[in-house]
Write a new protein. Structure first.
Length: 363
């Protein structure tokens, strides 16, 4: 359960001004479990790991009612690993979110800082990993459906939610003198939801961004660049288009996601196409105590193809706590193809199975 600290309570004790109504919400998630990987760099692996169901994180959401339908807000969110206590990113403490803004109940909101793009915000919650584990994301998460790449130096505008519809645009400044495009990023998206149908679509473009092509596909060269462990592909333009939808039909919620990632440099371009589909089934007849997820992913990159089959079961002990089990089997084909599920080391062959049991608590 989220904890609220109501600063406005001081008005009753200290005669604070009536407009001083602010709140701070502390929230987060802790996830831990045991993994089995059939082939990790040529050998089987049993390990404990964290954040594979939902990322380990804690955050602060601050809101102040300014009156007249206006609100000031700020969010600070940091990722960590519960199995070691380490930060996800040792060079960025609030690596997941760090922004401040204002909103109006008629015109929408404007925020500035380190902010997730619309691919993650509008499409990320509709893919195979919900419910699921991190390996159910697309290869390497190059499309950004998992929250691993927020925009620095961003300015974001988002409309109000009008009868289920919402849209927004954002720009991340490169902050490089003499070249406005260098390092610049921008994103736009729209979503709709009415409790039964959910649809999201988004586009993100990044200039001068890297991609771990070798770690994802074991490719040693791409578009004239030599790649290897610790050497990423440098894309002059890195674009992602994603669209997803789901519909609730009784105890069944079928869903589908498509994403396209395009990497470009002066030599040309290469594209990753991802197709996901699945169904979530409420085995408890609407009570949502047990959710079964079945899903499939097909991805292509250059001459490589990846097919992955996923099975996931969640038992909700409460609204905040769940125990779960999941398994994904991936088969890769093409020249020197090696299977590599997201978040795990690549297999030495074209197949890999990842299984996990764990517990997740959200507060």
């Amino acid at each position: 359960m989220r904890t609220r600290l109501i600063a406005g309570a001081c008005a009753a004790l200290l005669s604070c001004p009536a407009w001083a109504q602010s709140s701070v919400t502390i929230y987060g998630s802790v996830d831990a479990g045991i993994d089995y990987v059939s082939n990790s760099k040529g050998k089987s692996l049993i390990q404990e790991s964290a954040g594979k169901r939902t990322p380990d994180r804690f955050g602060f959401l601050v809101k102040e009612d300014l009156g007249g339908g206006n609100t000031a807000f700020a969010r600070l969110e940091s990722g960590f690993l519960s199995n070691t206590g380490a930060q996800i990113n040792p060079t960025s403490f609030f690596n997941r979110n760090a922004y401040v803004g204002v909103s109006n109940d008629r015109w929408g909101s404007l925020s500035l800082g380190n902010i997730n793009d619309y691919v993650y915000q509008y499409v990320g919650a509709l893919n195979n990993s919900v419910p699921g584990i991190s390996s159910f994301y697309t290869p390497g998460n190059l499309d950004g459906l998992a929250n691993t790449h927020a925009m620095n130096n961003a300015v974001k505008y988002e409309t109000i939610n009008y009868r289920g519809f919402q849209a927004g645009v954002m720009n991340g400044f490169g902050n490089q003198s003499g070249d406005f495009s260098a390092g610049r990023q921008y994103s736009a998206g729209a979503q709709y939801g009415n409790g039964v149908v959910r649809i999201g679509a988004a586009y993100t473009m990044s200039h001068n961004r890297t991609a771990d092509v070798f770690g994802t596909f074991s490719i040693t060269s791409l578009l004239g660049q030599k790649l290897g462990a610790g050497t990423s592909f440098n894309a002059s333009r890195y674009s992602t288009l994603a669209i997803a939808g789901s519909v609730k039909i009784g105890n069944f919620t079928p869903h589908a996601t498509y994403s396209d990632v395009k990497l470009e440099n002066s030599q040309g371009s290469a594209s990753l196409h991802n197709y996901q589909a699945g169904v979530n089934i409420d085995l408890s007849g609407g009570a949502r105590f047990y959710i079964l997820g079945l899903s499939f992913d097909h991805s292509t990159f250059e001459d490589l193809a990846f097919n992955q089959y996923n099975l996931f079961l969640t038992h909700y002990l409460s609204k905040s706590t769940q125990i779960y089990a999941g398994v994904g089997f991936e088969r890769a084909s093409g020249p020197n193809a090696q299977a590599a599920q997201f978040g795990y080391n690549a297999s030495s062959t074209g197949s890999q199975t990842v299984a996990r049991i764990g517990v997740n608590h959200m507060f």
